[in-house]
Design a protein around this ligand. Sequence first.
Ligand SMILES: NC(=O)c1ccc[n+]([C@@H]2O[C@H](COP(=O)([O-])OP(=O)(O)OC[C@H]3O[C@@H](n4cnc5c(N)ncnc54)[C@H](O)[C@@H]3O)[C@@H](O)[C@H]2O)c1
Length: 337
Amino acid sequence: MTKIRTCLFGLGHMGRNHLRVLQEDARFELVAVIDPVTSALPLAAQPVPLYKQLPDDLSFDLAVVAAPTELHYTLVTSLLNRGHNVFVEKPAASTKGQAAELVALAHKNNLHLAVGNIERCNPVVLALRKVVESGILGRLVHLNGLRAGGFPRNVKAGNNVILDLGVHELDLFRMLLGPIEIVHGVGHSTQESGIYDAAEISVRSKKGVTGTVHVNWLTPQRMRSIRVTGSQGLCLVDYIAQTCELFGHDLQAKSTAFSGFEWKRDAQGLESLSVPVIAKESLKEQLDQLHLYLNGAQHTLAVFDELIESVALVEQAERQVSGAHVLPFHDPHSERG
Ligand SMILES: NC(=O)c1ccc[n+]([C@@H]2O[C@H](COP(=O)([O-])OP(=O)(O)OC[C@H]3O[C@@H](n4cnc5c(N)ncnc54)[C@H](O)[C@@H]3O)[C@@H](O)[C@H]2O)c1
């Protein structure tokens, strides 16, 4: 089988993860890494050329882009113009217009373009989809997503917590509910002037299901979870622990979808089940899905309209937040004395 000749752009936090999984996967051949700043590969990496700039004559099939978000649009545009398929880290671009241009360019040049909205590839999301699609929760009523923790280094103007973290949740809500719209948003910039670092966003699906997302870069502990409430039950998912728990009254009598598993029942008759999840690193699953996509098979990655929509939803949310900004940046030095 021909290996997919791959070039990695960006060897920072996320690029190092891509480097590791690409080098562990025999279906991909990592031909080079490009990073204008980083001067050495991690010690555990296999040797591979590391360039400050892409050499003109380097031939490869796939570019994996893990450069800072604000560079995605120009970097992906130049790679698509050079004739390379592209997998770009989330968010695909900083605005809906940029994302739409990238998709149009990929179409025009007959190339593949996918974005790394990685939670789509978290095995626990597969379990959650099974729960939702089984109907065991009854009619879906509300989704509640939480993604918090870790102020990123080197945040540039134009980036914010909605674009950086909210994009995951909005993309997942869209995946679970179909088309959604933003109905409300509030946010704060507490650490750096003009950069939102906490926000709450409310959405509504065409069928009337509602959702709220809380994102922040402030919480010291990383937290990533989603709570799905239906008319008959509740599903709690922790993306980090990869756990998926179902709760409800008489769920086993109402649905056979999860019969044969070890349900618990408390004294009040509340039934619960830890839905089995086959643990797998999401980044490795993402590479499997990318391989399927590049080979024309069915996959779960966000491409084409879904790639644009994930950025479009962020943009709508940013607009809402800018009109309802709550806590402005307050220079801590001004509080002294
Ligand atoms: N999927 C996820 O869960 C996830 C998590 C973290 C970050 N990300 C995304 O990954 C991207 C990178 O984030 P990060 O945390 O790794 O940032 P980072 O700052 O740690 O790394 C970025 C690297 O890109 C390099 N770089 C700068 N310009 C470049 C260029 N023109 N070509 C190639 N490399 C260039 C920098 O020198 C740096 O080493 C961002 O878009 C971010 O949103 C995704």
